[in-house]
Design a protein around this ligand. Structure first.
Ligand SMILES: [Zn+2]
Length: 471
């Protein structure tokens, strides 16, 4: 432990792994789901998940018990084989039967909060269902889960944009109040994040040091493993779920064992993570022996002893088994390596990442779409994506993608400056040379902005116009 470090020394048979891989692998421990704190029901943490059935590893190093580590994974039956190509490129196949029985199930928590602030002139925020005449009132439907005090009730089913804490605030400026008279208060409710569902898990009402009322609400969302969720073994073998296969289509051994997870054997030789294979074998021995295996780096149980034990319990010494394909009922030609492996569900789940948009908000300055999933932003079509589309000859698609901020301007044909409309003469003319010989040009707004910013630096740039037909 002195030279491996706390986290790395938790990896069973770490001395058989390639060091860079091992380092990467031990990092995945930190992203793993488990029970992060035993007082979680009374805590309000941001971005935390709870694994429903965490287990101690079957194969573990002595550090595990010495430090009394909270478990962060589950022991899964793993088969090293391919499956219809759906576990290509580090993807994993999961058994739907296991998933239905609660394998790798977790809950995601998110806290929301609102404070009843006091302002100058005895004005204050009001936590409650907003009156219908406040400016920015949403639809009645969105407030349907609020109780009379303006806060949701526990166990309420919440959908995207539903209001969690109803709140209205006084106007920020006095001038605003004078103009709006009755409609003076503003709607400032806390609502569910975009694209997120959940159930209200807990409501906490308290006051802060100044005596202002604070309302905290925590929502929970059950996360069943789905396509694209990230999993990892402690040896740097991470991958996402490529397919969840119905239990009846999962290959089985001659003892009737169906793996929970199918890992692609192509992931082993290039990574040289022999510790993975050893832990898999150790897990199998531990399973049949009914005892935990000591996999402490440099001093764990030797491979020979594991092999001897496997033989004693009636298995092949190398952990390989005859398997059958349930789809055609045939015995597979190759012997398949099956064992138990400690797998970690990582906190990166598709439910937090999934994002798509059609048209939507744009930036005020550049008129280009805004960034970021949480704000309903667009997906960037970068330089490389553009080149791929060029290679495919998809010119109309490219045109559509890149005119998100298009603008039509008039350009002087004589001097190349941007022309403006003269409303008094009711004609378009150049502000530099007063010529009315102009043409309309379609450019991106960002380019127009560039020309204007250059003008701001006293750099006058001109556009020379050419007809695409050559005259
Ligand atoms: Zn001009």
């Amino acid at each position: 432990m002195a030279f491996l470090g706390t986290v790395t020394s938790l990896v069973a048979y770490a001395d058989h792994d390639h060091p860079p891989r091992l380092l990467r692998g031990s990092k995945t421990f930190k992203q793993g789901l488990g029970v992060y704190a035993t007082n979680f029901p009374v805590r309000l943490d941001t971005d935390v998940s709870l694994l429903h059935y965490p287990q101690k590893p079957l194969v573990k190093s002595f550090v595990y018990d010495t430090l009394n580590i909270h478990p962060v994974g589950q022991n899964m039956v793993v088969a090293l084989m391919t499956y219809e190509g759906y576990n290509i490129e580090d993807a994993i196949i999961m058994n739907k039967g296991s998933v239905d029985r609660g394998l790798a199930r977790s809950t995601y928590f998110r806290p929301y909060s609102a404070t009843e602030l006091r302002y100058a002139g005895s004005l204050k925020d009001d936590i409650g269902i907003p009156e219908k005449d406040v400016s920015g009132y949403r639809t009645e439907e969105m407030y349907k889960n609020l109780e009379d005090d303006g806060v949701v009730y526990p166990e309420a089913d919440m959908k995207e944009d539903d209001v969690i804490i109803g709140k209205s605030s006084p106007p920020k400026f006095l001038s605003e109040a004078r103009e709006l008279a009755v409609k003076s208060r503003k709607e400032t409710s806390e609502s569910m994040r975009q694209g997120e569902d959940g159930v209200v898990d807990g409501v906490f009402v308290t006051t802060d040091r100044e005596g202002d009322k604070i309302v905290h609400v925590r929502t929970r969302d059950e996360r069943i493993p789905e396509l694209g969720d990230k999993f990892s073994a402690p040896h740097g073998q991470k991958g996402i779920v490529g397919m969840i296969v119905p239990e009846e289509d999962i290959p089985f051994t001659n003892r009737g064992i169906k793996p929970d997870l199918i890992f692609n054997p192509h992931g082993i030789p290039s990574r040289m993570s022999m510790g993975y294979l050893l832990e898999l074998l150790g897990g199998k021995v531990g399973g049949v022996r009914g005892k935990e295996i000591d996999g402490t780096p440099f001093s764990g149980e030797k491979l020979e002893d594991l092999e001897k034990d496997l033989k004693k319990y009636g298995f092949r010494y190398d952990g390989k088994e005859t398997m059958y394909d349930p789809i055609n009922g045939k015995r597979m030609k190759a012997k398949i390596f099956v064992g138990n492996m400690y797998y970690i569900k990582l906190k990166y789940m598709v439910a937090n990442k999934i994002h798509a948009r059609a048209s939507g908000k744009v930036q005020l300055l550049t008129r280009q779409p805004i960034e970021g999933r949480a704000r309903g932003g667009a997906l960037r079509l970068g330089e490389m994506e553009q080149q791929a589309l060029v290679a495919h000859g998809a010119s109309l698609l490219l045109k559509e993608r890149y005119d998100s901020d298009n603008v039509v301007i008039d350009v002087c044909q004589e001097c190349g400056a941007i022309a403006v409309k003269n409303h008094m003469k009711n004609k378009i003319e150049c502000p530099i040379c007063s010529s009315d010989n102009t043409d309309i040009v379609e450019i991106s707004y960002a380019f127009k902005l560039l020309l204007e910013e250059l003008q701001g630096m006293h750099i006058f740039s001109t556009m020379s116009l050419k007809n695409k037909y050559g005259n």
